[in-house]
Write a protein that binds this ligand. Sequence first.
Ligand SMILES: Cc1ncc(COP(=O)(O)O)c(C=O)c1O
Length: 388
Amino acid sequence: MINFNENIDRKNTRSLKWDGMKNLFGREDLLPMWVADMDFRPPKEVSDALKEKVDHGIFGYTIVTESLNEAICDWTNTRHDWSIKPEWLLYSPGVIPSVHTAIQAFTEPGDKILVQSPVYTPFFHMIERNSREVAISQLILKNGRYEIDFDDFEKKLGSGVKMLLLSSPHNPAGRVWEKEELIKIAELCKKYNVLIASDEIHADLVPAPHKHIPIASLDESFADITLTFMAPTKTFNLAGVQASFMVVPNKTLRTKIAAVQASDGFSMLNTFGSIAMEAAYRHGGAWLDEVLEYIRSNIDYVKETISSQLPDLDVIDPEGTYLVWIDCRKLGLSDAELKKRILEKGKLALNFGHAYGPGGEGFVRMNVACPKETVIEGVKRLQMALGK
Ligand SMILES: Cc1ncc(COP(=O)(O)O)c(C=O)c1O
């Protein structure tokens, strides 16, 4: 049993979550439950592998080894029933850099790229910073669960969209898309000739009974139009190590995106990224199962406590991810007022929903990948901020 209750002091460790609050929120005296990293140590085998490299003491140029490719293929096979080939893999320092590359490789300035809002804020930035146009199909909230409005989705796909930027599982809606939904998405993308850029960084963070399905795994014709982005960084709390991979079964697409990567000057993973990735995928399975259970109990605590003590708030129960999306709209506060109360009265750093695009207004996102004590304190602060 791993002790996820341990409170590890992360202040003054160059942590964005703990040391970057002044920049974003204008103050430092907050409990950080915002950006998506965990306050847990990764699996011991990962730290041991990194230590071994540090002790070896030479940090020269690094190659991608067959054994790294094999560790990834084994992982997608055992965890996601997806049998992939090593030659389909491309590496990158992160999913964000990969999506940028995909946008540059397969769309032109001015092209429309579809997102399903409310969605991970950088989706908007990545599209806009490449001078492409954001097209939005808003998710609909029905009985506390988000769904795709397929009529609107199809209408948008048919409006000249070139690429779908899919969040699967969806951040912040917490949905783990089901097989039928994924089939409908992919069939419509095929019909309208739209490429799927599938950001599956949260793929592993899905406890039973839900199951993540890589959209490209469902049919060869789907794989042919899909670029899948995955990483061990959310799964095993390695975001600072900066390592991820793309799975691109279609050779034409793969050659093209690899060429754009090369033209950007990217040629290799950093040594620590490649070591951490392999160790995590080879040895991290048991750790992941434990952390998912711990996170689930944190989610249950937030749900139950908010439902009994803050009845004006509605918790959207996440099927995956460690991010809890909370509907505060019944309070009738503006986004500015909601933010002010949470920061100033609650001294709590959350992500504020309006940054997630249309449909995010009046919501907040709470990261519960932290010791239970932090979650208890976070909910208490939310009560101080928003309670009667
Ligand atoms: C949906 C989604 N994509 C990408 C990222 C970040 O990816 P990376 O750190 O690999 O660039 C995050 C981080 O929170 C995320 O939630």
